[in-house]
Design a protein around this ligand. Structure first.
Ligand SMILES: NC(=O)C1=CN([C@@H]2O[C@H](COP(=O)(O)OP(=O)(O)OC[C@H]3O[C@@H](n4cnc5c(N)ncnc54)[C@H](OP(=O)(O)O)[C@@H]3O)[C@@H](O)[C@H]2O)C=CC1
Ligand SMILES: CC(C)(CO)C(=O)C(=O)O
Length: 349
Protein backbone atom coordinates (compact mmCIF):
# COMPACT_ATOMS: atom_id res chain seq x y z
CA UNK A 1 0.00 0.00 0.00
CA UNK A 2 1.12 3.54 -0.73
CA UNK A 3 2.51 5.58 2.15
CA UNK A 4 4.88 8.54 2.50
CA UNK A 5 7.88 6.21 2.36
CA UNK A 6 6.33 3.76 -0.14
CA UNK A 7 4.76 5.93 -2.85
CA UNK A 8 2.25 4.60 -5.34
CA UNK A 9 4.04 3.90 -8.63
CA UNK A 10 2.16 3.62 -11.91
CA UNK A 11 4.00 2.08 -14.86
CA UNK A 12 2.42 3.92 -17.79
CA UNK A 13 2.83 2.16 -21.15
CA UNK A 14 3.66 -1.18 -19.54
CA UNK A 15 5.11 -3.42 -22.26
CA UNK A 16 8.49 -5.21 -22.20
CA UNK A 17 10.53 -2.74 -20.14
CA UNK A 18 7.59 -1.54 -18.03
CA UNK A 19 6.40 -5.02 -17.07
CA UNK A 20 9.94 -6.09 -16.22
CA UNK A 21 10.98 -3.05 -14.14
CA UNK A 22 7.55 -2.67 -12.55
CA UNK A 23 7.43 -6.37 -11.70
CA UNK A 24 10.97 -6.36 -10.30
CA UNK A 25 10.19 -3.33 -8.14
CA UNK A 26 6.95 -4.95 -6.98
CA UNK A 27 8.90 -8.06 -6.04
CA UNK A 28 11.20 -5.75 -4.05
CA UNK A 29 8.18 -4.55 -2.03
CA UNK A 30 7.29 -1.32 -3.84
CA UNK A 31 3.67 -0.36 -4.44
CA UNK A 32 3.52 -0.84 -8.22
CA UNK A 33 0.49 -0.64 -10.54
CA UNK A 34 0.42 -0.91 -14.31
CA UNK A 35 -1.41 0.83 -17.16
CA UNK A 36 -1.29 0.08 -20.85
CA UNK A 37 -3.08 -1.65 -23.68
CA UNK A 38 -6.06 -3.96 -23.44
CA UNK A 39 -4.26 -6.91 -25.07
CA UNK A 40 -1.68 -6.93 -22.27
CA UNK A 41 -4.34 -6.45 -19.61
CA UNK A 42 -6.15 -9.53 -20.99
CA UNK A 43 -2.92 -11.51 -21.20
CA UNK A 44 -1.77 -10.73 -17.67
CA UNK A 45 -5.36 -11.20 -16.46
CA UNK A 46 -5.18 -14.74 -17.80
CA UNK A 47 -1.55 -15.77 -17.22
CA UNK A 48 -0.34 -13.48 -14.44
CA UNK A 49 3.15 -11.99 -14.68
CA UNK A 50 6.36 -14.03 -14.66
CA UNK A 51 9.78 -12.40 -14.76
CA UNK A 52 13.16 -14.06 -15.04
CA UNK A 53 16.75 -12.99 -15.52
CA UNK A 54 20.07 -14.48 -16.57
CA UNK A 55 21.11 -15.06 -12.96
CA UNK A 56 18.27 -17.53 -12.42
CA UNK A 57 16.08 -15.01 -10.56
CA UNK A 58 12.36 -15.57 -11.01
CA UNK A 59 9.30 -13.67 -9.77
CA UNK A 60 5.82 -15.05 -10.34
CA UNK A 61 2.70 -13.00 -9.71
CA UNK A 62 -0.79 -14.45 -9.94
CA UNK A 63 -3.20 -12.48 -12.16
CA UNK A 64 -5.11 -11.33 -9.06
CA UNK A 65 -1.95 -9.71 -7.66
CA UNK A 66 -1.37 -7.46 -10.67
CA UNK A 67 -3.36 -4.27 -11.09
CA UNK A 68 -3.18 -3.62 -14.87
CA UNK A 69 -5.52 -0.87 -16.01
CA UNK A 70 -6.24 0.48 -19.47
CA UNK A 71 -7.74 3.88 -18.66
CA UNK A 72 -5.45 6.92 -18.29
CA UNK A 73 -7.53 7.87 -15.23
CA UNK A 74 -5.24 5.41 -13.41
CA UNK A 75 -2.72 8.28 -13.46
CA UNK A 76 -4.78 10.25 -10.91
CA UNK A 77 -3.65 8.22 -7.92
CA UNK A 78 0.00 7.91 -8.90
CA UNK A 79 2.75 9.53 -6.83
CA UNK A 80 5.38 8.40 -9.33
CA UNK A 81 4.78 7.58 -13.00
CA UNK A 82 7.27 5.24 -14.61
CA UNK A 83 6.91 6.14 -18.28
CA UNK A 84 7.86 3.20 -20.49
CA UNK A 85 6.22 3.94 -23.84
CA UNK A 86 8.49 4.08 -26.88
CA UNK A 87 9.83 7.48 -27.92
CA UNK A 88 7.24 7.71 -30.70
CA UNK A 89 4.53 7.55 -28.02
CA UNK A 90 5.75 10.18 -25.58
CA UNK A 91 3.75 13.12 -26.94
CA UNK A 92 0.45 11.19 -26.69
CA UNK A 93 1.41 9.81 -23.27
CA UNK A 94 2.35 13.31 -22.05
CA UNK A 95 -1.12 14.57 -23.03
CA UNK A 96 -2.68 11.89 -20.81
CA UNK A 97 -0.30 12.65 -17.96
CA UNK A 98 -0.93 16.40 -18.22
CA UNK A 99 -4.68 15.77 -18.15
CA UNK A 100 -4.91 13.15 -15.41
CA UNK A 101 -1.84 13.18 -13.16
CA UNK A 102 -1.73 15.48 -10.14
CA UNK A 103 0.56 18.52 -10.25
CA UNK A 104 3.88 17.62 -8.70
CA UNK A 105 3.64 13.94 -9.71
CA UNK A 106 7.12 12.64 -10.44
CA UNK A 107 7.54 11.17 -13.97
CA UNK A 108 10.53 8.92 -14.49
CA UNK A 109 11.20 8.60 -18.21
CA UNK A 110 12.87 5.37 -19.34
CA UNK A 111 13.08 5.81 -23.12
CA UNK A 112 16.11 5.10 -25.28
CA UNK A 113 17.53 8.07 -27.17
CA UNK A 114 18.78 11.34 -25.74
CA UNK A 115 15.85 13.77 -25.95
CA UNK A 116 12.77 12.08 -24.43
CA UNK A 117 13.22 13.51 -20.93
CA UNK A 118 13.86 17.03 -22.24
CA UNK A 119 10.80 16.83 -24.48
CA UNK A 120 8.71 15.59 -21.56
CA UNK A 121 9.97 18.39 -19.30
CA UNK A 122 8.59 20.92 -21.81
CA UNK A 123 5.31 19.05 -22.22
CA UNK A 124 4.76 18.54 -18.48
CA UNK A 125 5.61 21.81 -16.71
CA UNK A 126 3.35 20.91 -13.74
CA UNK A 127 4.99 17.54 -13.11
CA UNK A 128 8.58 16.77 -12.12
CA UNK A 129 10.18 14.85 -14.99
CA UNK A 130 13.23 12.75 -14.19
CA UNK A 131 15.52 11.13 -16.73
CA UNK A 132 16.17 7.37 -16.60
CA UNK A 133 18.09 4.84 -18.66
CA UNK A 134 17.60 1.10 -19.19
CA UNK A 135 20.87 -0.63 -20.14
CA UNK A 136 19.55 -4.17 -20.45
CA UNK A 137 17.42 -6.01 -22.95
CA UNK A 138 14.02 -7.40 -22.05
CA UNK A 139 12.59 -10.10 -24.23
CA UNK A 140 9.09 -11.52 -24.22
CA UNK A 141 9.11 -15.28 -23.75
CA UNK A 142 5.39 -15.94 -23.99
CA UNK A 143 2.07 -14.76 -22.55
CA UNK A 144 2.76 -12.76 -19.39
CA UNK A 145 6.46 -13.74 -19.39
CA UNK A 146 9.37 -11.33 -19.74
CA UNK A 147 13.04 -12.11 -19.41
CA UNK A 148 15.98 -9.82 -18.81
CA UNK A 149 18.42 -11.01 -21.46
CA UNK A 150 21.54 -8.84 -20.98
CA UNK A 151 23.30 -7.28 -18.01
CA UNK A 152 23.56 -3.76 -16.58
CA UNK A 153 21.80 -1.69 -13.91
CA UNK A 154 19.12 0.95 -14.34
CA UNK A 155 20.32 4.54 -14.02
CA UNK A 156 18.27 7.59 -13.08
CA UNK A 157 18.86 11.29 -12.58
CA UNK A 158 19.86 11.87 -8.95
CA UNK A 159 17.02 13.47 -6.98
CA UNK A 160 15.23 13.01 -3.67
CA UNK A 161 12.69 10.75 -5.39
CA UNK A 162 15.18 8.49 -7.14
CA UNK A 163 17.41 8.32 -4.03
CA UNK A 164 14.44 7.07 -2.01
CA UNK A 165 13.52 4.55 -4.74
CA UNK A 166 17.11 3.32 -4.98
CA UNK A 167 17.27 2.87 -1.21
CA UNK A 168 14.06 0.83 -1.15
CA UNK A 169 15.11 -1.42 -4.05
CA UNK A 170 18.63 -1.91 -2.72
CA UNK A 171 20.60 -4.69 -4.42
CA UNK A 172 17.54 -6.58 -5.62
CA UNK A 173 16.72 -7.04 -9.33
CA UNK A 174 15.65 -3.68 -10.74
CA UNK A 175 18.44 -1.99 -8.75
CA UNK A 176 18.67 1.72 -9.50
CA UNK A 177 21.95 3.65 -9.80
CA UNK A 178 21.95 7.44 -9.67
CA UNK A 179 23.81 9.85 -11.94
CA UNK A 180 24.21 13.61 -12.25
CA UNK A 181 25.26 13.63 -15.92
CA UNK A 182 22.27 12.01 -17.61
CA UNK A 183 23.15 13.57 -20.96
CA UNK A 184 26.43 11.64 -20.94
CA UNK A 185 24.63 8.50 -19.78
CA UNK A 186 22.04 8.80 -22.56
CA UNK A 187 24.68 9.32 -25.26
CA UNK A 188 26.74 6.43 -23.86
CA UNK A 189 23.66 4.21 -24.15
CA UNK A 190 22.83 5.54 -27.61
CA UNK A 191 26.14 4.17 -28.88
CA UNK A 192 24.83 0.66 -28.10
CA UNK A 193 21.43 1.47 -29.58
CA UNK A 194 23.06 2.20 -32.94
CA UNK A 195 22.85 -1.57 -33.28
CA UNK A 196 19.05 -1.70 -32.84
CA UNK A 197 18.45 -0.97 -36.52
CA UNK A 198 21.16 -3.39 -37.68
CA UNK A 199 19.63 -6.07 -35.49
CA UNK A 200 16.14 -5.41 -36.88
CA UNK A 201 17.37 -5.35 -40.50
CA UNK A 202 19.22 -8.64 -39.92
CA UNK A 203 16.04 -10.34 -38.57
CA UNK A 204 18.37 -12.27 -36.24
CA UNK A 205 18.69 -12.46 -32.47
CA UNK A 206 21.32 -10.06 -31.09
CA UNK A 207 23.72 -12.92 -30.45
CA UNK A 208 23.36 -14.45 -33.92
CA UNK A 209 23.74 -11.01 -35.47
CA UNK A 210 26.79 -9.97 -33.45
CA UNK A 211 28.52 -13.25 -34.23
CA UNK A 212 28.76 -12.03 -37.85
CA UNK A 213 31.59 -9.64 -38.39
CA UNK A 214 30.08 -7.77 -41.30
CA UNK A 215 27.14 -6.70 -39.13
CA UNK A 216 29.68 -5.69 -36.49
CA UNK A 217 31.63 -3.68 -39.07
CA UNK A 218 28.52 -1.64 -39.78
CA UNK A 219 27.81 -1.23 -36.04
CA UNK A 220 31.42 -0.19 -35.36
CA UNK A 221 31.39 2.32 -38.23
CA UNK A 222 28.15 3.84 -36.90
CA UNK A 223 29.78 4.24 -33.46
CA UNK A 224 32.98 5.76 -34.91
CA UNK A 225 30.92 8.30 -36.80
CA UNK A 226 28.90 9.17 -33.68
CA UNK A 227 32.01 9.49 -31.50
CA UNK A 228 33.67 11.88 -33.90
CA UNK A 229 30.56 14.09 -33.89
CA UNK A 230 30.29 13.93 -30.09
CA UNK A 231 33.91 15.08 -29.88
CA UNK A 232 33.17 18.00 -32.17
CA UNK A 233 30.10 18.90 -30.11
CA UNK A 234 31.98 18.64 -26.80
CA UNK A 235 29.70 15.88 -25.48
CA UNK A 236 31.32 13.18 -23.37
CA UNK A 237 29.42 9.87 -23.57
CA UNK A 238 29.43 7.94 -20.29
CA UNK A 239 30.77 4.41 -20.03
CA UNK A 240 27.84 1.99 -20.08
CA UNK A 241 28.79 -1.59 -19.43
CA UNK A 242 32.33 -2.84 -19.40
CA UNK A 243 33.87 -1.12 -22.41
CA UNK A 244 34.79 2.60 -22.43
CA UNK A 245 33.06 4.43 -25.31
CA UNK A 246 36.24 5.08 -27.28
CA UNK A 247 37.27 1.45 -27.13
CA UNK A 248 33.82 0.22 -28.07
CA UNK A 249 34.13 0.31 -31.89
CA UNK A 250 37.51 -1.43 -31.70
CA UNK A 251 36.02 -4.24 -29.63
CA UNK A 252 32.84 -4.45 -31.74
CA UNK A 253 34.74 -4.37 -35.04
CA UNK A 254 37.42 -6.81 -33.96
CA UNK A 255 37.90 -10.23 -35.64
CA UNK A 256 35.56 -13.04 -34.55
CA UNK A 257 37.98 -14.80 -32.24
CA UNK A 258 38.88 -11.63 -30.36
CA UNK A 259 35.27 -10.46 -30.22
CA UNK A 260 33.99 -13.76 -28.87
CA UNK A 261 36.66 -14.11 -26.22
CA UNK A 262 36.77 -10.42 -25.21
CA UNK A 263 33.21 -9.21 -25.49
CA UNK A 264 30.78 -12.11 -25.62
CA UNK A 265 32.49 -14.02 -22.81
CA UNK A 266 32.26 -11.06 -20.46
CA UNK A 267 29.11 -9.28 -21.63
CA UNK A 268 27.05 -12.51 -21.87
CA UNK A 269 24.13 -12.00 -24.22
CA UNK A 270 21.26 -14.45 -23.80
CA UNK A 271 20.57 -16.31 -27.09
CA UNK A 272 16.96 -15.11 -26.86
CA UNK A 273 17.78 -11.38 -26.76
CA UNK A 274 16.43 -9.30 -29.64
CA UNK A 275 16.75 -5.52 -29.92
CA UNK A 276 13.56 -3.61 -29.22
CA UNK A 277 13.35 -2.36 -32.82
CA UNK A 278 12.89 -5.96 -33.97
CA UNK A 279 9.57 -5.97 -32.11
CA UNK A 280 8.52 -2.89 -34.10
CA UNK A 281 9.48 -4.55 -37.40
CA UNK A 282 7.48 -7.62 -36.45
CA UNK A 283 4.43 -5.60 -35.47
CA UNK A 284 4.71 -3.32 -38.54
CA UNK A 285 4.93 -0.28 -36.22
CA UNK A 286 6.78 3.00 -36.64
CA UNK A 287 10.23 2.59 -35.05
CA UNK A 288 12.40 4.79 -32.83
CA UNK A 289 14.97 5.26 -35.62
CA UNK A 290 14.67 9.07 -35.61
CA UNK A 291 15.74 9.07 -31.95
CA UNK A 292 18.61 6.61 -32.43
CA UNK A 293 20.73 6.76 -35.62
CA UNK A 294 18.57 9.74 -36.59
CA UNK A 295 19.87 11.62 -33.56
CA UNK A 296 23.43 11.21 -34.88
CA UNK A 297 22.35 12.51 -38.28
CA UNK A 298 20.75 15.53 -36.58
CA UNK A 299 23.86 16.19 -34.49
CA UNK A 300 25.94 16.13 -37.69
CA UNK A 301 23.59 18.65 -39.31
CA UNK A 302 23.89 21.05 -36.35
CA UNK A 303 27.67 20.90 -36.78
CA UNK A 304 27.50 21.46 -40.53
CA UNK A 305 28.75 17.92 -41.10
CA UNK A 306 27.25 14.72 -42.41
CA UNK A 307 26.80 11.24 -40.97
CA UNK A 308 26.62 8.99 -44.04
CA UNK A 309 26.77 5.66 -42.21
CA UNK A 310 23.99 6.47 -39.76
CA UNK A 311 21.99 8.19 -42.52
CA UNK A 312 22.19 5.07 -44.72
CA UNK A 313 20.90 3.00 -41.78
CA UNK A 314 18.06 5.47 -41.14
CA UNK A 315 17.07 5.24 -44.81
CA UNK A 316 16.93 1.43 -44.73
CA UNK A 317 14.72 1.46 -41.64
CA UNK A 318 12.43 4.04 -43.25
CA UNK A 319 12.12 1.71 -46.25
CA UNK A 320 11.16 -1.12 -43.92
CA UNK A 321 8.63 1.13 -42.19
CA UNK A 322 7.18 1.92 -45.60
CA UNK A 323 6.57 -1.81 -46.11
CA UNK A 324 9.68 -3.03 -47.95
CA UNK A 325 10.20 -6.47 -46.38
CA UNK A 326 13.77 -7.55 -46.63
CA UNK A 327 16.24 -9.50 -44.56
CA UNK A 328 19.66 -7.91 -44.98
CA UNK A 329 22.46 -10.44 -44.78
CA UNK A 330 25.65 -9.25 -43.09
CA UNK A 331 27.49 -8.99 -46.40
CA UNK A 332 24.64 -7.13 -48.12
CA UNK A 333 24.35 -4.64 -45.29
CA UNK A 334 28.10 -4.02 -45.08
CA UNK A 335 28.29 -3.59 -48.86
CA UNK A 336 25.34 -1.24 -48.92
CA UNK A 337 26.26 0.90 -45.92
CA UNK A 338 30.06 0.85 -45.96
CA UNK A 339 31.10 0.49 -49.59
CA UNK A 340 29.07 3.49 -50.64
CA UNK A 341 30.64 5.70 -48.02
CA UNK A 342 34.32 6.37 -48.33
CA UNK A 343 34.65 7.64 -44.76
CA UNK A 344 33.37 4.36 -43.37
CA UNK A 345 35.44 2.30 -45.78
CA UNK A 346 38.57 3.97 -44.43
CA UNK A 347 37.67 2.86 -40.93
CA UNK A 348 40.03 -0.09 -41.15
CA UNK A 349 38.00 -2.96 -39.78
N1 LIG B 1 12.72 -3.76 -24.96
C1 LIG B 1 13.95 -3.61 -24.54
O1 LIG B 1 14.70 -4.56 -24.37
C2 LIG B 1 14.49 -2.24 -24.23
C3 LIG B 1 13.76 -1.10 -24.50
N2 LIG B 1 14.26 0.12 -24.17
C4 LIG B 1 13.50 1.34 -24.41
O2 LIG B 1 12.40 1.38 -23.50
C5 LIG B 1 11.28 2.05 -24.09
C6 LIG B 1 10.07 1.11 -24.02
O3 LIG B 1 10.35 -0.01 -24.87
P1 LIG B 1 9.57 -1.38 -24.79
O4 LIG B 1 9.17 -1.69 -23.40
O5 LIG B 1 10.36 -2.34 -25.57
O6 LIG B 1 8.25 -0.98 -25.60
P2 LIG B 1 6.88 -1.80 -25.70
O7 LIG B 1 6.28 -1.46 -27.00
O8 LIG B 1 7.10 -3.23 -25.35
O9 LIG B 1 6.01 -1.18 -24.52
C7 LIG B 1 5.37 0.05 -24.57
C8 LIG B 1 3.89 -0.19 -24.37
O10 LIG B 1 3.24 1.06 -24.14
C9 LIG B 1 2.02 1.06 -24.88
N3 LIG B 1 1.60 2.44 -25.07
C10 LIG B 1 2.07 3.35 -25.94
N4 LIG B 1 1.43 4.55 -25.77
C11 LIG B 1 0.55 4.37 -24.76
C12 LIG B 1 -0.39 5.21 -24.14
N5 LIG B 1 -0.55 6.50 -24.50
N6 LIG B 1 -1.16 4.69 -23.15
C13 LIG B 1 -1.02 3.40 -22.77
N7 LIG B 1 -0.14 2.55 -23.33
C14 LIG B 1 0.65 3.03 -24.31
C15 LIG B 1 2.39 0.34 -26.15
O11 LIG B 1 1.25 -0.08 -26.87
P3 LIG B 1 1.24 0.06 -28.50
O12 LIG B 1 2.35 -0.80 -29.01
O13 LIG B 1 -0.13 -0.41 -28.85
O14 LIG B 1 1.47 1.52 -28.79
C16 LIG B 1 3.21 -0.83 -25.58
O15 LIG B 1 2.37 -1.88 -25.15
C17 LIG B 1 11.73 2.37 -25.52
O16 LIG B 1 12.19 3.69 -25.60
C18 LIG B 1 12.86 1.40 -25.80
O17 LIG B 1 13.80 1.87 -26.74
C19 LIG B 1 15.45 0.26 -23.51
C20 LIG B 1 16.22 -0.85 -23.24
C21 LIG B 1 15.81 -2.17 -23.61
C1 LIG C 1 19.59 -3.26 -24.52
C2 LIG C 1 19.54 -2.78 -25.96
C3 LIG C 1 20.81 -2.02 -26.26
C4 LIG C 1 19.67 -3.89 -26.90
O1 LIG C 1 18.80 -4.84 -26.68
C5 LIG C 1 18.35 -1.91 -26.13
O2 LIG C 1 18.37 -0.83 -25.59
C6 LIG C 1 17.15 -2.21 -26.93
O3 LIG C 1 16.86 -3.35 -27.28
O4 LIG C 1 16.43 -1.23 -27.22
Amino acid sequence: MASADNPRILVFGAGAVGCFIGGAWKAAGLDVHFAGRERLQREIGEYGLTLTDQNGWKAVFAAADIDYQTKPQALRQADIVLLTVKTVGIEAAAKEIAKHARPGTRVLSFQNGVTAAERLKKLLPRQQVLHGMVPFNVVRLGPGRWHRATFGELVAEASETTRALAARIGDQPGKLLLADDMRGVAWGKLLYNLNNAINALSRETILAELRQRDYRRVFAAAIVEALSLLDAAGIEPAKIGLVPPRLLPHVIGSPDLVFRSMFLKVQKIDPKARGSMSDDFEAGRRTEIDDLNGEVVRLAATLGRSAPVNKAIVDLVKMAEAGVERRWTARELADHVLQRHKSARGFGY
